[in-house]
Design a protein around this ligand. Structure first.
Ligand SMILES: Nc1nc2c([nH]c(=O)n2[C@H]2C[C@H](O)[C@@H](COP(=O)(O)OP(=O)(O)OP(=O)(O)O)O2)c(=O)[nH]1
Ligand SMILES: [Mg+2]
Length: 136
């Protein structure tokens, strides 16, 4: 059996209080109710950076600057294969609104453990923590 493969751009968006923006997926649908970093599917002809900027504008109504590449991971769920390309981003303007999700929240790296994420995100969160520790 072949399962769908999605190429996804993901943003780890920092604000000037060293918090990261996370959103909660809608309860219905795949991985429903879990928290994630904002992002979505790349469109034909689009760069990963442009995809992240567009998705975050569409989903949350904010402007960001896409920065350094953190990691690209492949993960296979029972129903879906994803390639997540993750970039650090800076929040530029706009109050985040839950346009296509249930809820959005700014959280510190210490608080992030309290939220349930899809399994693929374990590696992303570990990498963010490692990065933050290396800059202390
Ligand atoms: N944006 C985002 N997606 C993630 C993360 N972790 C993770 O496994 N994913 C998965 C969940 C989704 O299957 C996929 C993101 O695709 P998407 O947001 O465009 O698609 P979706 O499943 O919400 O809905 P649809 O547009 O296909 O209807 O990547 C994450 O941290 N952020
Ligand atoms: Mg999405």
């Amino acid at each position: 059996m072949t399962i769908p493969h999605k190429i996804i751009g993901v943003g780890v968006i920092w604000n000037d209080r060293e918090q990261i923006l996370i959103d909660r997926r809608r309860p219905e649908g795949s991985l429903g109710g879990l928290w994630e970093f904002p992002g979505g599917k790349i469109e034909p002809g689009e760069t990963l950076e442009a995809c992240i900027k567009r998705e975050i504008k569409e989903e949350l109504g904010i402007d960001i600057a896409v920065g350094e590449h953190l990691m690209t991971i492949d993960y296979t769920y029972p129903h879906l294969q994803v390639t997540l390309t993750v970039h650090f981003c800076c929040h530029l303007a706009g109050e985040p609104k839950p346009i296509e999700c249930d809820e959005v929240r700014w959280v510190s790296l210490d608080e992030i453990e309290q939220y349930s994420f899809p399994t693929a995100n374990t590696q992303i969160i570990a990498a963010i923590k490692q990065y933050a520790a290396s800059r202390k």
